[in-house]
Ligand binder design. Structure first.
Ligand SMILES: *[C@@H]1O[C@H](CO)[C@@H](O)[C@H](O)[C@H]1NC(C)=O
Length: 194
């Protein structure tokens, strides 16, 4: 029983570490003060020119080598951090983002290309946005992963506290209740009716 509480707590801690990873917007600049087109949203096809660097400034990829890159936001064609990093941007907006390795290529990286646990930095510019189909209302009502995660952690915490309180009841005289067995009759009845 103790083990399951410990594993619950560990699970909650791990979950909160994963959920707390965010893409950082380090800088943003726009050509015009106001946003000329709707903000980049889920399902839009965006074209992005970019320079990707490691923390030490080494460039590992750049659209200079192959032209701007197009992808559909939410289409999982790129690392999660890149999709998050363009969300809400305007046409011609320039951003510098930091993507933690958990939202990039993870603990392993890519052999021969991306080292393990590499946080990535991108200077990017939104060069084109083709609006995708409108997101249905019910989709926009689905809470984000972090909201769900927060509720899961809260649920686990409340459950663990409840469990601990039950394990150590204030009244030491209380005897454990005998386990109530289901009457066998019921089972037989069910078997007959089938
Ligand atoms: C996104 O737009 C580009 C042109 O900007 C196009 O080449 C590409 O096929 C489009 N992708 C999708 C999935 O529609």
């Amino acid at each position: 029983m103790k083990i399951s509480i410990i594993s619950l707590v560990i699970f909650a801690l791990l979950a909160s570490v994963v959920i707390s990873q965010k893409v950082e917007l380090l800088s943003s600049s726009m050509q015009n003060e106001k946003c000329p087109t709707p903000l980049v949203k889920l399902h839009d096809n965006v074209s992005v020119s970019y320079v990707g660097k490691y923390e030490d400034g080494t460039v590992f990829d750049s659209s200079e080598f192959h032209g701007p890159f197009s992808f559909v936001v939410g289409g999982r064609q790129v690392i999660p951090g890149f999709e998050i990093g363009v969300m809400g941007a305007c046409l011609n907006e320039k951003r510098t983002i930091k993507i933690p390795y958990q939202l990039a290529y993870g603990e392993q990286g890519i052999e021969g290309k991306i080292p393990p646990k590499a946080d990535l930095f991108f200077d990017l510019e939104i060069v084109d946005v083709v609006a995708g189909p409108d997101v249905p209302l019910y989709v926009s009502l689905i809470p984000s992963g972090s909201t769900i995660g927060a509720f899961v952690i809260l649920g686990i915490f409340v459950g663990a506290v409840y469990y601990i309180v039950k394990l150590y009841p204030g009244n030491a005289d209380e005897k454990p209740k005998p386990h109530v067995k289901q009457p066998k009759e019921k089972k037989n009845k069910k078997a007959k009716s089938n």
